[in-house]
Design a protein around this ligand. Structure first.
Ligand SMILES: [Cu+2]
Length: 489
């Protein structure tokens, strides 16, 4: 096995400097944490317990990255890579503005990292090998310590040997609770009756639970190698009971390597008085109505839909990828006293939006390359006419932009290819202003979906210093060139 540090050879000056800086920083941090006794007590985390929290109002988790066995396809055992042994990884529950500490121990025989997708945190906690941290070596523990500035539906995943490690299971959810109690439109404190996170992932598995190739060239050069087994929260038959009249926050997260879901529900007519809509996209509430119909949820993206369960006891709502079932909500009768259900309103996050009038314009072009590098590794994709990097030969991705801290940038992203690309920018939340081929209302996001031959204009306010990844979240596309670095300083 080639151990690749993704962005830098070991003789690379940048790598060595980083190694020193981070080791020292972590040493100091560990020292000060333990010396002051500030570390919260460890909390047992399970996929079911969604509210693990220490007495001291600090959040402290321990993730062990290890091989495990899972029953994903009925009656068959699949070898997976896991966080704490679960195919549905522990949900990291945190709170906006409250520090969270996550100790990650690597029990694999290869390096790994954890990236906290959607969190605007310092670059040395972002989990990207080479630009943010030294990968966690087998047997080592690395402590992530950060304070989430934003609330909402986030997720986490490895950023090392990503096609294989994510494909075999190293993905999980992180839910950041709002700093203040939620209120309804009348300013009364209300809670959801159900907060239902759904981790969507499809697996490159045969019907006997064995893997087929997670990445195949003929697909990697196109939309990405499809997974055939669909899971929600690690199950092919996930279902959940709700009662008529109850309020629901349903969160869906696309943690798949390649799959883009076209989200639908099978009985939209049950919501005829209040059609289902997407209320929150990538953890940022929308301030307009976006219908929940054929919504393209690309890899990395998240939505929350908020609704009152219709008065249709005995019915089952099946959520679909086009026509393919993903999971079900069963509607039960509600015997309790009739009461007016009022939905909480999700508050906006403290995101600073760039200044369009002062923004500097830059262009990023996504193209199809159809080439192998000199080692025979495929490089099918490129950004601004240069292939990003070749993981097998450990090249550093190209820097595609140099942002000045505190400045605004109007980025025109052009997808000159025949396939969709969900483009993710680390460490920042940006505003999607417009698309070339469809009318939209502007919204905030960390991942922008570019359908084939589409272009989008996004406004970035560069407020988080570091060397940040800008890449396609179809992980094979990233691994085969669709990646660049943006420096903010
Ligand atoms: Cu892509």
């Amino acid at each position: 096995m080639v151990t690749c540090y993704l962005f830098g050879d070991k003789d690379n000056h940048f790598y060595l400097k980083l190694l020193f800086m981070i080791s020292r920083r972590n040493f100091l941090k560990h020292t000060s944490l333990f010396a002051s006794g500030a570390a919260g007590s460890a909390v047992a985390v399970s996929a079911i317990n969604l509210s693990a929290k220490t007495q001291s109002d600090q959040y402290h988790y321990h993730l062990t990255v290890k091989a495990a066995k899972a029953n994903i396809v009925g009656g068959h055992i699949t070898d997976i890579l896991s966080y704490n042994g679960h195919v549905f990884a522990p949900i990291i529950r945190a709170k906006q503005g409250v520090p969270v500490r996550i100790d990650v121990t690597n029990e694999l025989d290869e390096p790994t990292t954890v990236h906290w997708h959607g969190l605007r945190i310092p670059v040395n906690m972002d989990g990207v090998p080479g630009t943010g941290q030294v990968p966690i070596a087998p047997g080592d523990t690395f402590t992530y310590y950060f304070t989430p500035p934003d609330a909402g539906t986030m997720w986490y995943h490895t950023h090392e040997n990503s096609v294989d490690q994510m494909g075999r299971g190293l993905v999980g959810l992180m839910l950041v609770d709002e700093a203040e109690p939620l209120k309804n439109a009348e300013n009364e404190v209300v809670e959801f009756d159900h907060d239902i996170p759904v981790m969507l992932k499809n697996w490159h598995l045969n019907k006997d639970g064995s893997y087929y190739k997670i990445s195949m060239k003929r697909y990697a050069a196109r939309q990405g190698t499809p997974g055939l087994i669909y899971t929600a929260n690690g199950q092919t038959d996930f279902e959940y009971d709700v009662k008529a009249g109850q309020t629901v926050r349903l969160r869906m997260v696309n943690t798949s390597n390649t799959q883009m879901y076209r989200l639908n529900v099978d009985k939209p007519e049950l919501f005829k008085h209040h059609p289902l809509k997407i209320d929150v996209l990538d953890a940022n509430p929308l301030d307009y109505d976006l219908a929940f119909k054929d919504f393209a949820l690309g890899a990395g993206m998240r939505i929350d839909i908020l609704f009152v369960v219709p008065d249709s006891a005995g019915q089952t709502l099946t959520f679909l990828d086009q026509h393919k079932p993903m999971f079900k909500l069963n509607i039960l009768a509600n015997e309790s006293e009739k009461r007016a259900s009022s939905l909480p309103v999700i508050p906006k996050n403290p995101v600073i939006v760039g200044d369009l009038d002062k923004a500097e314009k830059i262009e990023i072009v996504l193209e199809w390359a159809a080439a192998d590098d000199k080692n025979g590794d495929p490089l099918f994709w490129n950004l601004n006419t240069q292939q990003g990097f070749a993981p097998a030969s450990c090249k550093t991705p190209n820097q595609i932009a140099d942002f000045k801290l505190g400045n605004s940038y109007l980025v025109d992203i052009r997808n000159n290819t025949q396939y969709p690309h969900p483009i993710h920018f680390h460490g920042h939340t940006f505003k999607v202003l417009s698309y070339a081929n469809k009318d939209i209302q502007p919204y905030l996001a960390d991942t922008v979906m570019l359908e084939k031959n589409e272009a989008a204009q996004i406004l970035i306010y560069a407020d988080n210093p570091g060397m940040w990844m800008f890449h396609c979240h179809v992980i094979e596309h990233m691994a085969m060139g669709l990646v660049g670095l943006v420096k903010v300083s």
